[in-house]
Design a protein around this ligand. Structure first.
Ligand code: XLS
Ligand code: NI
Ligand code: NI
Length: 436
């Protein structure tokens, strides 16, 4: 196998004292935390689109990424070559899982049947590479947002032929994911929303989107694909309003259209920020509904109001994410997919390694911190204690639905609440800091 990253050898754990910028200082894949290996807690994924297909352009200038292996053509040969580069990358960075869109791995050609044929050829190659390396597919998806036909949406397009085309693409992408043993399949509603409500029949568009998802559920059963379906919330960008705005909106949509049994959520950090939430809020909303499936790990920039997809380096944030995940009992089919890209200035292939090393170490620290917070127990005990009045007779009666307003009036008449205990926010923030 030829080497495309000849200046990088496999990234290893060297410990906190290492001065080697291409070594892990915290991510030690085999180290056990709460009785499970770090690599099995974190289940890192590499995003094919950002690693292999993102030229690092911005609205003011073209791409800068150096990709000496890529001849810039739409040939299947070029697409196949990229798969080898990607697998060398995964081997060297020590990431076990990956995610792709159909159009990342194979070109969109002049007709659907040609595009399908090209996809099959690349999937053949990926299957081979997976077999040789043991790498696995975390999830696949269809790109239903880049081509001009999807400018007004895919599953929510006003035009029925576009809807049908997107259904065909979903069918094929599920087949590809199934062939590659994918553990999940994601629906991100790239342009499922509107630029202006003035020309939009929202109710009809939502009905159509639900139809598409129901057909996908049916097809999954038909072909025996057992991977988990995910919906990925995002409030805006590229549209002004996306129907899958946040966890709560997604859950409501899934419930309303009787889809909740078939989907979990894939929460992306930067999308949470765009929705005006913290990522831990989004994760907790999903987890409370038993629907937290996977995470697209990245970070935004507080001073820029778009999906900057930066690599996660903030250990406070990764600690909070890992706390929710540990509380939930960890991932089953999901993982931490780096839906993150390098800055336009970081255009050298080796920057891919620096970026992922940082993200992986940030999450390893988050995992260790979260486990330490849980082992310490003070945070958990505070929360338990704060709600302990609910553990008495009255609380359990209310929680079990065995009281009426009149019962509570009778109670309140002789039990005026006195001065309440402090919420101790600052104390807890200080406690949290002790573990960072
Ligand atoms: C874009 C989304 C996208 C999905 C996959 O903002 O995050 O990358 O994760 O279609
Ligand atoms: Ni994403
Ligand atoms: Ni995103």
């Amino acid at each position: 196998m030829s080497e495309y990253f000849s200046d990088v050898s496999k990234i290893l754990f060297e410990g906190e004292d290492s001065k080697n910028s291409l070594a892990f200082r915290h991510y030690d894949p085999e180290q056990e935390v709460e009785g499970k290996k770090m690599k099995d807690h974190l289940r890192f994924g590499a995003a094919y689109w950002h690693c292999m297909r993102n030229p690092l352009a911005d609205p003011f200038g073209p791409g800068t990424a150096l990709m000496p292996w890529d001849d810039g053509t739409d040939s299947v040969e070029n697409a196949v070559k990229r798969t080898h580069v990607f697998f060398e990358f995964m081997e060297k960075i020590d990431i076990d899982y990956y995610c792709f869109h159909d159009r990342d791995i194979a070109p969109e050609l002049a007709s659907l049947s040609e595009s399908n044929k090209a996809l099959d050829a690349v999937v053949d190659e990926l299957e081979k590479l997976q077999g040789e390396t043991g790498k696995k597919l975390l999830w696949g998806t269809a790109c239903l947002f880049a081509h001009p036909r999807y400018a007004m949406g895919a599953g929510t397009s006003p035009y029925v032929d576009v809807f049908a085309y997107s259904a065909a693409q979903v069918k094929k992408a599920i087949e590809a994911t199934h062939r590659l043993g994918g553990e999940g399949y994601t629906f991100w509603g790239g342009r499922e929303g509107y630029g202006s409500i003035i020309n939009t029949n929202m109710k009809r568009e939502l009905d159509h989107l639900a139809r598409l998802l129901h057909m996908a559920v049916d097809y999954k059963k038909e072909i025996g694909f057992e991977g988990q379906f995910y919906i990925e919330p995002k409030p805006k960008e590229p549209t002004k309003h996306q129907y899958d705005s946040d966890s709560a909106a997604c859950l409501n949509f899934l419930r309303e259209y009787d889809l909740l049994d078939h989907f979990k959520l894939n929460i992306e950090t930067n999308h949470a920020i765009l929705a005006g939430h913290t990522v831990e809020h989004e994760l907790q909303v999903a987890a409370a509904a038993g629907a937290l499936g996977s995470v697209d790990a990245n970070a935004g920039d507080e001073l820029l109001g778009w999906d900057t997809d930066q690599f996660p380096t903030n250990v406070y944030d990764t600690t909070k994410v890992m706390l929710v995940l540990l509380e939930m009992g960890g991932f089953t089919t999901g993982g931490l997919n780096f839906d993150s890209k390098r800055r336009r200035e970081s255009h050298e292939p080796i920057d891919l390694f620096h970026a992922h090393v940082g993200g992986m170490d940030a999450f390893a620290r988050g995992l260790k911190n979260a486990a330490a917070i849980r082992a310490d127990g003070r945070y958990e005990n505070f929360l338990k204690d704060r709600y302990s009045s609910w553990d008495g007779e009255l609380g359990s009666k209310i929680e079990n639905g065995n009281t009426s307003l009149a019962d509570l009036e009778a109670h309140a008449l002789s039990n005026e609440p006195g001065i309440l205990p402090s919420g101790r926010q600052e104390m807890l923030e200080n406690l949290f800091n002790n573990f960072i």
